[in-house]
Design a protein around this ligand. Sequence first.
Ligand code: PLP
Length: 378
Amino acid sequence: MTTVVDKLPFVDLKAQQKRIRKKLEEGVLRVLDHGEYILGPEVFELEERLKDFVGTKYCISCSNGTDALLMALMALGIGPGDAVFLPAFTFVATAEAVALVGARPVFIDVDERTFNMDPRSLRDVLLSHSPDLGIPKGIIPVDLFGQPADYLELSQIATEFNLFLISDAAQSFGGVYHGKRTCAFGDIATTSFFPAKPLGCYGDGGAIFCNDDLIAEKLLSIRVHGQGKHKYENIRLGINGRLDTIQAAVLIAKLEILEEELKARENIAERYSLRLEGGVVTPFIKPKRNSAWAQYSVLSPQRDLIIKKLSSVGIPTAIYYPLPLHVQEAFKYLGYRAGSLPVTERLCNEIFSLPMHPYLDELTQGRIVESVLGSIND
Ligand SMILES: *Cc1c(COP(=O)(O)O)cnc(C)c1O
């Protein structure tokens, strides 16, 4: 028997908005009143708050998480002839930014339990890498679904091979690794404020974090068309990479409740795992890490059946990611074959994500869990 129910939201942004609506309105109205829509005071206030939250010397807000990666690569001078190593199991933006600056993305397989870049695979690929395919310059680990990557091991490899490390923390803002917040690792860390990320605005937004004075100076210049001492002096190539003042105002209001929301996500993830254990492969979080739980993703060889059953009772799911990057049409020119990154490929066939947001109530969650378990036992 199937009962028709109202479709649940996969991420409920409305519940959050209802909670902080007054603060949001006040913040946005303040921007309408002062009228500094580009690089207004809220942008700098947000940057101050974000860098205090993360614990870095600099935070440079920007237009989105993809531009954050692009700007980071530009600041490090990466371009044609260079090779940058990144996981094959990630959102396309990580590899896209590398290709856009003219460097070669080199795909690394991931750990089958954490879904993050596997340091052993990275070392193997680095040791057998032919410089004809680009001089190894850097690595971009991704904190997939919110869990911080293996920064200790990866930083060691970066030092050993003389590589930069950019941390793609687009999904992990608020996560913790060995007592420090994500975005505090690597030479540069980038994040995204896309609405559905753990900290999201009402449009596009992003931020870049670093501790180095020179890198920060370059990033500030790149953010405004490579400007020098003033707006119409251009000392390098840059982009239009600014965050809107209105979005900064939205983020200031949301940052205030982020820690509470992270705790709520943690509880929801724990409840899911407790009840789904045995039915599907539940997320594995390594010790000394807190995920920001951007997604709650599980594995099952019966994925397609489960998704279909859930959809028939109004429960949304998502597949992150159905296709590994190395077999995408856009990266065909790199010459990878299917079968070359086996863990990534298996994950793409078995993974799916369940509704996850801080306002998922226990009753609804119970219904989701029962539907998942029920569809396996059918
Ligand atoms: C979302 C995301 C990005 C890009 O962020 P946008 O703000 O959408 O440009 C980059 N990397 C990863 C891993 C992401 O999940």
